[in-house]
Design a protein around this ligand. Structure first.
Ligand code: DHB
Ligand code: FE
Length: 285
């Protein structure tokens, strides 16, 4: 991890993630959820809190510290980061129980819509970085019968070789390591990019303070974020990881799955190459 004057702060990443969430996320409307269901879920959540207080004999100073911490997470705009690291994987796993095709994983806080559209054979726009390892990622988007899906989109976003995402770190140009790749007539694509680095939850904000106070580590293994869409099919949000990568077995966001691990091989020129195919089930009527 390089530390420079440009190192993004938790405040920067958090505030940007909050702004992005408000602007783009399909933020759920509570009015769509019947009162009995709201009551049942919130009662269960509160019961978990009450049980933890009893089980661990929580004190008044600890209760007040928790309130202060919750306020700091809000003031720092870190709720999207916190929720996506510590809660989203459980929602994803629940939803996945009724899905087939390629395994999904969490969206995370750093997706940005409306990125540059790229042809099926393309290079992701990125800043020059002499320390970055070139990576070529190719594959095919298919339906569950094995037919290639031409004109599907493979949206990809990733950190750079220092673990930073464009749009959430001021020193990176807009659109860095982001793109919407359109598959060819057979559903194939070939994306030239760079090897991403492991990602560290910002350590200078309240989420980082909690991680440190609990004696945990703040790392996610290196990953590519992918969102695959094809007309008439269920979109797949997932992440691809790297065999042998650091933190693969202890992802702070608990978002790895054995089916989502790439094993790129050096082609003899210093470029690593890997293949991954996506299988999309039909959209539910
Ligand atoms: C977070 C960041 C990620 O890059 C990711 O994939 C998941 C979560 C986060 O900081 O919350
Ligand atoms: Fe990520």
């Amino acid at each position: 991890m390089t530390t420079t004057q440009n190192t993004p702060t938790a405040a920067g990443a958090g505030a940007n993630a909050s702004k992005n969430f408000k602007a783009t996320a399909a933020s759920g409307d509570l009015a769509d959820t019947p009162p009995e269901r709201v009551a049942a879920i919130v009662t269960a959540v509160l019961k978990g809190v009450h049980d933890a207080i009893a089980e661990h004999d929580v004190t008044y100073p600890e209760f007040q510290a928790a309130k202060g911490w919750l306020m700091a997470v809000g003031e720092g705009g870190e709720w999207p980061l916190f929720m996506d690291v510590f809660v989203e994987h459980a929602v994803e796993e629940q939803v996945a129980k009724s899905q087939s095709g390629t395994k999904g994983s969490i969206l995370g806080p750093y997706y940005l819509p409306d990125q540059t559209r790229l042809e099926s054979v393309c290079e992701l726009p990125h800043q020059d970085d002499p320390n970055a390892t070139p990576l070529v990622f190719d594959g095919q988007v298919r339906d569950i019968d094995g037919t290639g899906l031409g004109g599907a989109t493979v949206e990809i976003w990733q950190s750079d070789a220092d673990g930073y995402y464009s749009g959430f770190a001021e020193h990176l140009p807009e659109g860095n390591l982001r793109g919407v790749v359109v598959t060819d007539d057979e559903g194939r694509f070939s994306i030239t990019t760079i090897q991403p680095a492991p990602y560290q939850i910002p350590t200078d904000g309240p989420t980082g303070q909690l991680i440190e106070a609990a004696g945990w580590h703040p790392w996610r293994p290196a990953h590519l974020h992918i969102l695959v869409k094809a007309e008439g099919h269920r979109p797949i949000t997932t992440q691809l990881y790297f065999a042998g990568g650091e933190w693969l077995d202890s992802d702070v966001a608990e978002a790895t799955k054995p089916e989502l691990i790439l094993d790129p091989q050096d082609d003899g020129t210093g470029t690593r190459r890997t293949t991954y195919d996506f299988e999309l089930e039909p959209a539910k009527a």
